[in-house]
Design a protein around this ligand. Structure first.
Ligand code: PEP
Ligand code: MG
Length: 564
């Protein structure tokens, strides 16, 4: 038995089978688990494919006019060397025995291992050899399709295509796309562990909101975890365990049960008013990414939506949303919230938030996207797109308490420009005869150091401010929130962060500007007492955290030392 440590997302524990995903998933190779007796014939298939391809290459050389194109001959010779290299051949044969799998899967596993080694070599020549290797493996896969396989002979073959999985799988991969997350459940995948990412990366935020227990920033899983073996994913502790004995397994089963009981207990707090022991009322709102989550926000006692991340609504689309699509999504949320306030953040595209493919190109090629044309910068550079969303928000505002939240504001000029654009959206709606809230509140995310430091210059243009600590920490401490190599430096208690947060809260309070917090920090019960002590009274967080934070607040005293 051994365990691997990463950063856990969510609180649940899953016991399931490992579904190790290849980096070469575009090769479209399926794993077929074979029984022991078919291992030799699978090895023969692979050897035949190699011999066949080698013959093809020899033939090319034999028919080749040596006086011309010497480089080409050298290339084919080098392909023959790679093809017959024991690293590829013996390695793939070993994979067949180790994983009890088909030759195709074994080849791709071996390719993956070798290509990772090539990537480590800082020499262009060797890097190029990786492409040769990929070419050869593709050709071998072609050969294997015509050699036949053990499917027909072996009734015990279990096929595991990406779309056809038995329930209770845990995905093990280097990375996963945000757009793939909602599809996991239908594939029988209940959780995942990936090498990339950090707890405040958007993949983690989305996993939390979809309640998919997961671990990010976990290393070497693909080398150490066998396809199909039973593993335990403990999202609470960020631990992945393999080879667990009966005692450990039953321990985890007991913990699973306890977690269920605790969830039930927390539910009993849902209708209790959220106030500290010294009767200070605290508002707990929800961050949501999809309209359907509004219902879950209500189920967890949220008194409103403090942050609707509108960009996630459109991740699986190939084009930017129309005004009607925006409008219907917001209307849906407002209806579910039934009179409770909803704060809609304008598009925060860019950086690690994916773009619809047809509009993404200009952003994706940026060398340093977190410092590039992200969020409000993107909207101000694409006014028509911005106006489309603003008109939809304004129209929705007629049906319920709505506010507009502007992301990545760095200077008051940006707020002035946004206000002008909002004004022109209002003019257009009036000319169409459409109704909206003329006094809609306009606020800004305070999530870059320049905004936090100069908050007093922003306040005159704002109806409210919302502290986005995920980005504030990223930009202040100069650590990429998606990069697991620096996630250990992601420190919300760094003195610079505390000074910035405290400065924003006290400046807003002194000028009577409502201030709230919507970064992941808001849902961290270890920070609750501190946040209360510095004067925060409005929190917005993933709905899964609301009742835990409420439980903490119900036992806290605002005017006490935060160590109490
Ligand atoms: C933040 O930066 O804290 C925030 C809430 O915004 P997001 O995580 O969507 O960037
Ligand atoms: Mg942010």
């Amino acid at each position: 038995m051994f365990s691997l440590q990463g950063k856990g997302i969510g609180n649940d524990i899953i016991i399931g089978k490992a579904r190790v995903q290849s980096n070469y998933s575009n090769f479209d190779v399926q794993l077929k688990v074979i029984s022991e007796k078919y291992i030799p014939s699978e090895e023969i298939r692979l050897e035949e494919a190699i011999a066949d391809l080698d013959n093809d290459l020899k033939e090319i050389i034999a028919n080749y006019n040596l006086n011309q194109k010497e480089d080409f001959r050298n290339l084919i010779e080098s392909h023959r060397l790679i093809l017959n290299d024991s690293l590829l051949v013996k390695g793939a044969l070993h994979q067949i025995t180790k994983n009890k799998c088909n030759a195709e899967w074994a080849l791709v596993q071996q390719l993956e291992m070798l290509s990772e080694q090539f990537d480590k070599i800082k020499n262009n020549y060797f890097r190029e050899r990786k492409h040769d290797l990929e070419q050869l493996v593709l050709q071998l896969l072609n050969k294997l399709t015509s050699i036949g396989n053990n499917d027909t002979q072996n009734s015990n073959v279990s096929k595991q295509s990406a779309n056809k999985l038995d329930p209770k799988y845990i995905l093990i991969a280097k990375d996963i796309l945000v757009t793939d997350l909602p599809k996991l459940e239908q594939q029988g995948i209940l959780g995942f562990a990936i090498e990339n990412g950090s707890p405040t990366s958007h993949i983690a935020i989305l996993a939390r909101s979809l309640e998919i227990p997961s671990i990010v920033g976990i290393q070497s899983t693909k080398q150490l975890i066998l396809q199909g073996e039973e593993i335990i994913l403990d999202a609470e502790c960020g631990v992945l365990i393999t080879g667990a004995d009966k005692e450990v397994l039953s321990n985890y089963e007991a913990r699973q049960k306890n977690k269920y009981i605790r969830k039930e207990k927390l539910q009993s707090l849902k209708h209790i008013e959220c106030e500290t022991t010294d009767k200070v009322k605290i508002k707990l709102m929800a961050n949501i990414e999809q309209p359907e989550e509004a219902k879950k926000a209500i189920d967890n006692g949220a008194v409103g939506i403090g942050l609707l991340r509108s960009e996630f609504l459109f991740l699986n689309k190939n084009a930017m949303p129309t005004e009607e699509e925006h409008y219907n999504a917001y209307l849906n949320v407002l209806k579910t919230m039934n009179g409770k306030p909803v704060t809609i953040r304008t598009l925060d595209y860019g950086a690690d938030k994916l773009m619809p493919s047809d509009t993404s190109k200009s952003i994706n090629i940026e060398f340093n996207p977190a410092l590039g044309q992200r969020a409000i910068r993107f909207c101000l550079a694409n006014i028509q797109l911005f106006l489309t969303q603003l008109r939809a928000i304004l129209r929705a505002s007629f049906h319920g308490q709505t506010s507009i939240l502007l992301p990545l504001i760095t200077h008051h000029d940006e707020i002035i420009k946004c206000r002008e654009i909002i004004q022109s959206a209002m003019v257009e709606l009036s000319s169409r005869g459409q109704k909206f809230d003329k006094d809609i509140k306009i606020g800004a995310m305070i999530e870059v150091p320049s905004a936090a430091i100069s908050i007093s210059e922003l306040i005159p243009y704002l109806d409210f401010a919302s502290l986005g600590t995920n980005d504030l920490i990223q930009y202040t401490l100069a650590i990429d929130r998606t990069n697991n190599k620096v996630s250990n430096l992601y420190n919300p208690n760094h003195p610079a962060i505390m000074k910035l947060i405290e400065h924003v809260v006290s400046s807003c309070k002194s000028k009577s500007c409502p201030v709230s917090i919507c970064g992941e920090l808001a849902g961290d019960t270890n920070q609750t007492d501190y946040l209360l002590k510095i004067g925060l009274r409005n929190f917005s967080m993933n709905y899964t955290e609301i009742l835990k934070v409420k439980e903490k607040i119900l036992k806290s005293k605002v005017n006490s030392s935060f160590n109490q």
